[in-house]
Design a protein around this ligand. Structure first.
Ligand SMILES: Nc1ncnc2c1ncn2[C@@H]1O[C@H](COP(=O)(O)OP(=O)(O)OP(=O)(O)O)[C@@H](O)[C@H]1O
Ligand SMILES: [Mg+2]
Length: 283
């Protein structure tokens, strides 16, 4: 017991107990991301993931014990470096990646690895980052694909979508393939909304868009959220995402490293230094 504990970090230097004591001083956002706090905070959540381990290639785990929760009505943002596993987390929540251990629940029901059509029926919508429209179909046909399980609701849902994205009504007979990236993003979100989801999973909705369109997307997401849809949003545009979300996660190397209210994360010195530094200087 009295032996000093040594560990070798990647730089080859010894970490003593004193170093470990310093690193053990967790900021509020780091503490909230620990398993212990997650278990308390995630109680009664609409969607929750507990200790998820998942990956693509046998023997390589991309999610390495990831915890996540979304309370009813929340807009939660997920940021983090490239390759952190953000898209993998969304895909895993939507049952697209085999789960090696851990669990995903929706309103307390175990939906781990449930097929996508079942999740859609249960009220989960997913908008992948790429290839998210049928380019050879018109906008209206894309919307019909979104509502294929409940065709009778087409008119009512399309009216709701057009209210959010008027352009989709104006161009309803135009081919989706002729649209710009930002317009396609609207089609993809609109299609997911046709099924009247209670939860929407959005992967990088502002990626590749001009700054004006990016802003538009964030405003629309807040409006969609205000209509009662809970949202999980993965974003590269970390600052803007944290500004508009209720709560955010920083995902790093397949684990949640920090979680707090969006604005609190923007003011957390470690989050700023490690994940927002370049952007912080640019603004
Ligand atoms: N289809 C796949 N097959 C094998 N490995 C994959 C696959 N998709 C992603 N990966 C790997 O999983 C890791 C996490 O990828 P993921 O796409 O989840 O990251 P991300 O956080 O979304 O990154 P980005 O910000 O670049 O979108 C990366 O190392 C990536 O190479
Ligand atoms: Mg990604």
């Amino acid at each position: 017991m009295s032996e000093p504990l040594f560990e070798v970090d990647e730089s080859g230097e010894d970490l003593t107990r004193a170093d470990q004591a310093v690193s053990a001083e967790l900021s509020p956002a780091e503490k909230a991301a620990t398993r212990e706090e997650h278990l308390k905070l995630a109680e009664g959540a609409l969607v929750r993931a507990d200790d998820l381990v998942a990956g693509y290639v046998p023997g390589v785990n991309i999610l390495r014990g990831c915890d996540f929760y979304l309370q009813d009505g929340e807009l939660v943002g997920i940021i983090g470096p490239n390759g952190a596993g953000k898209s993998t987390l969304l895909k895993t929540l939507f049952g697209l990646i085999p789960v090696r251990s851990g669990a995903v629940t929706l309103r307390g029901e175990n939906i781990t690895s449930a097929p996508a059509h079942k999740l859609v029926q249960l009220g989960v919508g997913y908008v992948p980052q790429n290839n998210n429209v049928f380019p050879s179909l018109t906008i209206a046909e894309n919307m019909q694909m979104g509502v294929y399980l409940r065709p009778k609701t087409f008119k009512e849902r399309f009216d709701y979508v057009v209210d959010l994205f008027p352009l989709l009504g104006e161009r309803r007979n135009g081919k989706a393939g002729a649209l710009s990236g930002g317009e396609r993003q609207m089609v993809a979100m609109g299609r997911a909304l046709m099924m009247d989801p209670s939860v929407l999973l959005l992967d990088e909705p502002s990626a590749g868009l001009s700054p004006a369109y990016q802003d538009e997307v964030f405003i629309r997401c807040r409006r969609i959220n205000a209509t009662g849809v809970s949202i999980i949003m993965v974003e590269q545009n970390a600052r803007r995402c944290l500004q508009i979300c209720d709560r955010g996660y920083v995902l790093d190397q397949g684990r949640n490293a920090y979680t707090d209210k969006g604005k609190a994360l923007m003011n957390d010195p470690k989050v700023v230094e490690l994940y927002l530094g370049t952007l912080a200087k640019a603004q």
